[in-house]
Ligand binder design. Structure first.
Ligand code: NAP
Length: 276
């Protein structure tokens, strides 16, 4: 074990946290970059009622970097010292960097969406259906609009879709109108439908082979939506790619070094038991 009194500590805070793949992903990145012993990443469960204390602890103990996950991404904005402009526009913080006690909040989820899509396609000028109006949808909607896409948000609760669409100046529809995705270039599922269940938010008949279908859900690795899309010849993007690229952006903020993408991807797949 190379950990010493000089090791920088990074953590993930959230609740629940037990199944997070962030520790494996970041620690694999440290090893691959020669930062083993200089950085270590652990998980720290923080219930909603304990968030203020957790943030004060991060500041006073000199925790270098923090991944912030459900349910803290919005409330934590009131507790950090500075928020970068992208996180402010999205309205959520998923990353904190501690520079000598000064905490700065960032949002790397939107970079995760942009880079996962840009591996397959140029986003500029595309029509995009974003399903959902929660945190992942905010990051995805902002991310693709910033890259020049035309977005329609589809959500179960119309008032949530309307609020998000008003913020981002885009269209919104009910999840009951999903036949409209037939004519769209990119479909992003940012609802929780399909998470740890074999269910898809979209009837297969509304998908076609020219589309890019991206599921933010990454557990299971291949959701029913992605299996349906693959079976009709559409291009699919797994939620693990968003997890990877948002984590890579955090790695760079924490360490100042370029993230070793392949080692981090391998650690995610190992964590999901999809080693190859
Ligand atoms: P969230 O803020 O709680 O939002 C959940 C969304 O799902 C809401 O729009 C909600 O609609 C909708 N929804 C929930 N249950 C539904 C149902 N039974 N039928 C229809 N719609 C339903 O959650 P989130 O943080 O955005 O996360 C969404 C998903 O993205 C999760 O599976 C999460 O694991 C995943 N995610 C992945 C990454 C990654 O790196 N790959 C990052 C962040 C999140 P209402 O508005 O009607 O409630």
């Amino acid at each position: 074990m190379k950990i010493t009194s000089k090791t920088n500590i990074c953590i993930i805070i959230g609740d629940p946290i037990e199944n997070s793949l962030s520790p494996q992903m970041h620690n694999a990145g440290y090893v691959a970059s020669g930062l083993d012993g200089k950085f270590v990443f652990i998980s720290a469960k923080a219930e909603e009622k304990d968030l203020n204390g957790a943030i004060e602890g991060i500041r006073s103990l000199g925790i270098r970097g923090v991944t912030v996950t459900h349910p803290h991404k919005i409330k934590v904005m009131t507790l950090v010292d500075e928020i970068d402009s992208v996180a402010r526009k999205i309205g959520a913080v998923n990353t904190i960097v501690n520079n000598n006690g000064k905490l700065t909040g960032y949002n790397t989820d939107c970079i995760g969406v942009q880079l996962a899509l840009e591996e397959k396609i140029s986003i500029n000028g595309k029509t995009v259906a974003v399903l959902g109006a929660g945190g992942a949808s905010c990051a995805a909607t902002f991310g693709v609009i910033e890259k020049g896409a035309k977005v329609t948000i589809f959500n179960r609760t119309l008032v949530h879709a309307k609020s998000l669409a008003t913020d981002f100046k885009c269209e919104f529809r009910s999840l009951d109108n999903l036949e409209e995705v037939k004519n769209m270039d990119i479909i992003i599922n940012a609802t929780t439908i399909g998470m740890n269940e074999d269910r898809s938010p979209i009837d297969k008949k509304f998908l076609n082979s020219k589309q890019i279908v991206f599921d933010a859900v990454y557990s299971p690795f291949e959701t029913m939506l992605l299996r349906d899309a693959k079976s009709i010849g559409a291009t699919i993007i797994h939620g693990t790619e968003m997890l990877l690229f948002q984590g890579a952006a955090q790695f760079e903020l924490f360490t100042g070094k370029k993230a070793p993408i392949n080692a981090m991807r391998k650690a995610i797949m190992k964590g999901l038991k999809y080693e190859n």
